[in-house]
Each structure stands twice: as C-alpha cells, then as structure tokens.
Design a protein around this ligand. Sequence first.
Ligand code: BGC
Length: 630
Amino acid sequence: MNSAPVRVCIRLLRYLAFIIILILSVAALLIFMNTPKDPTVTNSSKYLDTTLSVDERIEDLLAQMTMAEKIGQMALVEKNSLSDVGDIATYGLGAVLSGAGAKPEDNTVEGWSEMIAGFQTEAKKSRLQIPLLYGVDAVHGHAMIPNATVFPHQIGLGATGDADLVQAIGEATAKDLVTSGVNWNYAPNLDLPIDIRWGRMYEAFSDDPLLTARLGAAYVRGLQATSTTGKIPVLATLKHFTGVGSMQWNSSLNKNYKLDQGVTEADAKLLQSTYLPPFKAAIDAGALSVMIGLHMWGDGKMIANKDIITGELKNNLGFTGFVVSDWYGLYENAGNKFMATVRGINAGVDMVMLPFDYRTFIRHMTWANRLGLISDSRIDDATRRILRAKFTLGLFDGDMTVSPVLAQHRELSRQAVAQSLVLLKNDVKVLPLQPTVSHIRVAGSAADNIGLQSGAWTVEWQGVDGNWLPGATSILDGIKKQVSLNTNVEYSLTGEFITAVKKVPLGIAVVGETPYAEGWGDREYPILSNEDLTAIKNLQASCDNVVVVIVSGRPLLIANEVGSWDTLVAAWLPGTEGIGVADVLFGKKQFMGTLPVPWPASSEQLPMTHTGETADGTPVLFPRYTGLAY
Ligand code: BGC
C-alpha cells in the first residue's frame, strides 16, 4: 500500500476538521454575544398615556419589547396565509393585509368590520397588546365591497388636475375604510409611467412629476386628515418607490410579464430631478409608509438598494415613517430567502409584505440577528418607525371600532368623472349633445358594463364583468337619464340595429379595454378590439354623427382610425358613476379635463421621455395637457 497519499489525505481531513471547528466556534461566539438580553418584563403602561408625546410613548414601549416581539412587528401577512389566527399573538405580528380580492366571506362593510375586529382581538392577546395595521388596496375607493362608491382610477384624477377634488376623494375613501376597520391603504400611487404598453399606467396620476407631486400630496392630506385629537384615520402608502414607470420593454424578470417588474435604468440625474420629488411632496404632507417597487434599478433589485432606500429616502428626504416591501418582493433580491432577508432589511426595509410564510421570516430574522448580520439597532429603528405609525393612528388609544356603515359618495365621484373627461376632437361640433335629440344609437363594449368602466382592483384583483354592483350607473344608464322623454335610445353591443336601414341623428360609441391589473395588462400594441372598431363602423353607417368615447386605462394606438372620427372623448376608467360621463356629453357640465400623459401616435414612439416628448422628436397624436372645451 502506498502510504504517502494516505498521509496527505489524513492531513487534509485534519485541516478540514480544524476549519469546521473554527467556523462553528466563531458562530457560537457570535450567537452568544448577540443573543438578546431581553428586558425584564416590566409593566410600564406609560406608552398608553395619551398626554405623552408620540416619541416618549414609542421609547417606553420599545424598552419593554423582546427581540422576538420587535421582529414580529416587522411581519406583514396576507390574511389567507395565517395558518392559525392565534399566531397573531404568538408571534406578535405587526400587520395583516387583504391582498386584492381577499375579502371576508360576507363581503359587506359589516363582514369586513367583523373580520378585522376578530384579528385585532387576537392582537390584544399578545403580551404588550400592540394593535395591528390592517392594509388593503383601496386605490379608487374601498372598491372590494360591491356597494361602495368606486372613484375614477388615478389617471382620471390626473386628468382633472384638481388637488381639492383629490383631497376630498382621499377623505371619502378614509371614511369607508375606517368604518370597515381598515387603517392602512396602499395608495396613492406615485409612479411616473412613460410607456402605454405598461399594464399599470392607470394606477398613476401622470408621467409629470409636478402634477403627481401636487395630487399625491393632496391625496395624503385627504386620507390622513387629522381629527381634532390629532390622530389620523388611515395610513397612506406612497408606492412604488422609485423609478417605477420607466422600466424597459421585455426586461421583466417575471416570465408572465413584459414590462411590469422590469428594469429601470439607474439614472442618478432622473432620480433627483424626476423620481424623488413626488415622494418628497407626499412625505412633507405627512405620509408615514412607503412601499418599495418590485422592479430593478440597473442591475440590482431596488429592494436591496441601501443608497436609495436608506440614503435618499430616510436620510435625505427625512422620512420618519416605515418602509414596506411589496408582495414577496423582499425575497427576489438574492438566491435564498435568508440572504435576501439580510440584504433587504439592511438596505432599510422595515416591514416585510411576506406575504405568506411568516414563521420562516421570523426564524431567519432571529438567526440573522444572533449572528450579527442584522444589528439590534436596525431592528430597533424598524420597530420605532412602525410604532410611530401605530401611535399616530391612535391605535393604542381605546376601542377604535365604529359602527359599520358605508357612506355613499356618489355625487363626489360623479363630479370627479365629469372633471376627468378629456375632449380630444369635436370637429363638427356635435358636442354638447341636445337632450331633445329624437334618436340615439349607443354601442360598444364599455357602453353598458359597470365592471369594465371600473377597471381592475374592483371586487377582484383583475376586476369584474357586468352590471351587478348595487347603486352604480353604466354610461348607457347615464345617457338614458339625460335625454328627454321623447328621445329613443337604442343600445346594441355590436352596433347592429334591426332598424339600421333608417339613419338616425346620433350615435355614441363607448369602446375600450377590458380590465387588467399589473403585468397582466402589459401589451405590445394597446389597441381597440376588432369588435369595438366594428361597432364604431356600424354606428357610422347608421347615424349622421358619431361620438367616440374611449374607456381605457391608457392612451390607445388609434392613429389609423381617429381620422374618420369627428368627435373623441377620453373617459379613462370612471368607476361606478357612469352618469358623470353623460353629464358632460349633454352639456350639463363643461369639459375640464386635460391629458395627464401624452397620447402617442405609434408604437415606435415608445417609451416616451420624461418631458412628455418622444425620444426621436416625432410629434405625438395629442400632447400632454391637451383638452378642448365647449
Ligand atoms: C402590488 C402592490 C399592492 C400589493 C398588495 C402588489 O402585487 O404591486 O401595488 O399594494 O400587491 O396588494
């Protein structure tokens, strides 16, 4: 037997054993040094004293919290992922959310109130009885509840340019949320979309940072309008931080998407001049939570970008609220969940929308802390920020439940719809329409479909179809309400009428997009469907004049067709008050809206630049802020 190789092997094995023992000893030492010396359980209830300042109350509570309790506060769990509702108290979870479409079985305001009160009761069973934040995406009103008022999606509010109106909508939304027990809204959206191919354009106000800043701040003031006690009713969330809307086509890491969750070029100049200012304005208006986008900033995930999250947002903009990650987003920044947690939390994420597996998160956080990979002070900072929001909401100050009654904001929303309409063409001065007109033919996919005119994030994530939302009016309903008793209003989805041989004075084509949310709405060519184009043609053949109303979440590619239309109105996604559209068509109200984004002439012009111009200098179909009047 050759003994030399055997000796070498034995020596190598010894080295290996030595290295392993060394690593284990260092880890054990680190764990020993970092095992939290949790506070002896004191029973100070100073933090419940409303005469003390928020800072004093935070420090009193923080000083009593164990490391496990602090880590629990950093977890945000989707309600359907709570494997045991008792876990809320066991782990001291900080927050629960209803992901879009995650409604209580009884999807009424009473059902919501009861469900959330149940979760809060669980939170009260924890040692320090820290109440929960409960979050939803009420991005155009509390639209998960079928009989709630659904306001126009943000792009329509951008078209109004009216900060007072947006503030009033924020306030109305807060009322509906509070009455159902929700204290946290994932709105407003401050993305700056420059590409109509993106499926989330309608969630934003505009591509203009100045308009977005003005309206975003107004929404925060409305949603967080302080009561006489100085408490805010609902926490706003500024999303999605930052540079979202500038992702490049085909860059999405999500294999189902093209643009959503894609790559934004890491442009330091644009960051300062364009992406940050809307966040600054809304933070100055009092926003206390900011959600980080699921996109990439250059070659790294934004969620792990310490320079921007901690450096720009927290240090430079002076944000004292908490940073929350988006849906599972924390885990997308590294190959494994443990390292992704370490990187994300150290970059400055304070609360994690897990949203599923909170037990693993808590285990990873505990080990990362014991190994010294996430410091005590980082966790204290995160907890402080979360508690600041909770104290500012008044969550510790007595029973928050109010009787669950949904207010009706129909008039406010109707007004918003009217103000959001943009008149783009009125060549033969067909508008305003005469209520006494003898005969009107109405056609198109969006004419009589409240689900469609409301868009996504209505009852379900991807929206709904049809006319079953109680109290709502379709655009056709609105038209019927505006005309004289003698007017004959005929409706056909396709624009085909039995009586079509005889021409009538007026046709109204209400055409548009079917609802979509997030990357499911990414489209290389956002165009009208063949069915809608045919409906327009059918009306043109059987009516003297035709008004085209487009119901869509973004400008569509219409350059080939628009020449044959005399009259064109952009109605965005108006929500449940279709009657607001008819108010303006029939001249009861004036056209006041202007395009919040430029309307491109062709797909070659995409993406646009951040000044509202095309990159190649070719003219768009309608520039930003176009809007005719009567
Ligand atoms: C979206 C966020 C939303 C969150 C919670 C995510 O998919 O990107 O905008 O707030 O889900 O529903």
